[in-house]
Design a protein around this ligand. Structure first.
Ligand SMILES: *Cc1c(COP(=O)(O)O)cnc(C)c1O
Length: 455
């Protein structure tokens, strides 16, 4: 076994294609439905918000999509990203496990999000759009879209959940540096925002409300292209550059993961890392266990229901079949902002149904403890979202110690936490609490699921 810690590919050794797991997953994907008719959304209806190439990818059963040259050239600024063996963390845990992590924090904005932001910006630009509009929670996605818009000579309009807008002025300034216009949501700029403010002038906002506002802004101005940070099939496919590189890097390490671990919000970084491994297994190759780690305060996969639901509280989105806590669900204000989604990518749901993925929910203070241990051993300060994956991997490693077996564990470190130090500060001050979701609150939001179907 090599003593190497960092597994580096050549400058040009990153993927030429995105991987579409639909080609290998039995039963494929569930179609999105038009809420007015209950019928599958047609490409024509999707064209209201999506360029033709993205519609094609969203509906495709092809195994691979060619990455356009212009996008690949921009990827080259930071891809391939490094894969590390966490020898210092292994030692601290006194585990016989072999721990590896794939680090996406080396992108210009500090997370995996630009992998799809650049792709979406490129296709909207081709379709003649002047600018991009989107919603953002913690600000990672808004920053990635702001950068992508600027690199393609476009404007960016970002509706940022108000509580994050106020708590994270540096994220806002980061977006402004790229030339974006960032608006606190709910805002008076859209009917959806005004409706929320009329009910509750002090609303802290939510991702669902911000999504309604971004969709409304795109509907009102056809020169703006609406972009999506996670969950949709094409977004998950764009992220598979992560896992494809990881397969090559694990080969350099002369190893193969028994377990792949990722944090799950909308599911994009998890899918990006895990889908290429799951695909190998589905095609008859080696099989890895895949573990999704989500916050106990927003337990979409472990306590949600599989149903057709809206992506936004304003019910402007199509209906998608996914694990959901209900589109009216507003999670408590815990710190992994990127994991505060009521729903998840339909392909993640399909993977759980096919038993090629499992899910666990964890408490945020345990996550921060794991994040601090990771920083003190490996040197990288993880994003609060990423600490969920760290904790999941640590638990797997400790199980190896208990069982006295050496397994290979690969986890996704989706981003760094340089803009999340206020949360670490609260953790060190002992001010972080673990809110759990009551059965009553969950029942209430599930009761608001659309009538249509429960399939
Ligand atoms: C957005 C974000 C996530 C969660 O989104 P997914 O689509 O589930 O990946 C996780 N980690 C980081 C660093 C993020 O910015």
């Amino acid at each position: 076994m090599s003593q190497q810690v960092k597994f580096t590919l050549g400058a040009d050794e990153y993927p030429h294609t995105w991987y579409n797991i639909v080609a290998d997953l039995p039963g494929g994907a569930a179609p999105a439905l038009n809420p007015a008719t209950g019928e599958p959304l047609t490409p024509d209806q999707m064209a209201a918000t999506m360029p033709a190439e993205l519609i094609e990818q969203e509906l495709s059963t092809e195994r691979e999509f060619e990455i356009p040259g212009a996008v690949r050239e921009l990827y080259a600024r930071w891809r391939p990203t490094p894969l590390f063996r966490a020898r210092a963390l292994e030692k601290a845990l006194e585990t016989p496990a072999r721990l590896y992590y794939k680090y996406e924090g080396t992108s210009p904005t500090g997370s995996h999000k630009p992998n799809t932001a650049l792709a979406q910006a490129y296709y909207h630009k081709l379709a003649g759009k002047r600018g991009l509009v989107t919603e953002t929670g913690a600000g990672q996605w808004g920053t990635a879209i702001s950068m992508a818009a600027q690199l393609f000579g476009m404007d960016a309009l970002v509706f940022m959940v108000k509580v994050s807008y106020e708590q994270k002025p540096y994220r806002r300034a980061f977006m402004q540096t790229y030339g974006a216009r960032c608006i606190a949501s709910p805002s008076i700029e859209t009917a959806a925002g005004r409706a929320v403010l009329a009910e509750d002038p002090d609303s802290p906002g939510s991702l669902g409300i911000a999504t309604s506002e971004a969709l409304a802004a795109a509907a009102a101005d056809p020169t703006l292209g609406y972009t999506v940070g996670s969950a949709l099939n094409h977004v998950l496919a764009h992220q598979t550059v992560i896992g494809q590189e990881a397969i090559a890097q694990m080969a350099l390490a002369d190893d193969y993961p028994d377990v792949v671990v990722g944090c799950a919000g909308g599911g994009s970084n998890l899918a990006g890392l895990a889908f290429p491994f799951i695909g190998e297994g589905l095609r008859g190759g080696r099989k890895a266990r895949v573990v999704a780690v989500e916050p106990a305060a927003c337990p979409t996969l472990t306590r949600g229901r599989i149903a057709y639901d809206f992506a936004d509280i304003g019910r402007l989105s199509p209906l998608v079949r996914m694990h959901t806590l209900g589109h009216t669900f507003v999670p408590p204000g815990f710190h992994a902002g990127g994991l505060r989604a009521h729903g998840i990518g339909p392909l993640i749901t399909r993977c759980l149904e096919e038993n090629v993925m499992e899910a666990i929910a964890v408490a945020q203070t345990d996550c921060f403890a794991a994040g601090v241990q990771f920083a003190r051993t490996e040197g990288i300060l993880p994003a609060p979202e990423s600490t969920h994956a760290v904790l999941g991997a640590v638990r797997e490693a400790l199980r190896c110690r208990e069982e006295g077996v050496s397994r290979s564990i690969l986890f996704g470190l989706s981003g760094h936490g340089h803009f999340d130090l206020a949360a670490y500060q609260q953790y060190f001050a002992g001010e972080l609490t673990d809110e759990s979701l009551s059965d009553e609150a969950l029942e209430r939001s599930l009761a608001a699921l659309p009538e249509l179907v429960n399939v």
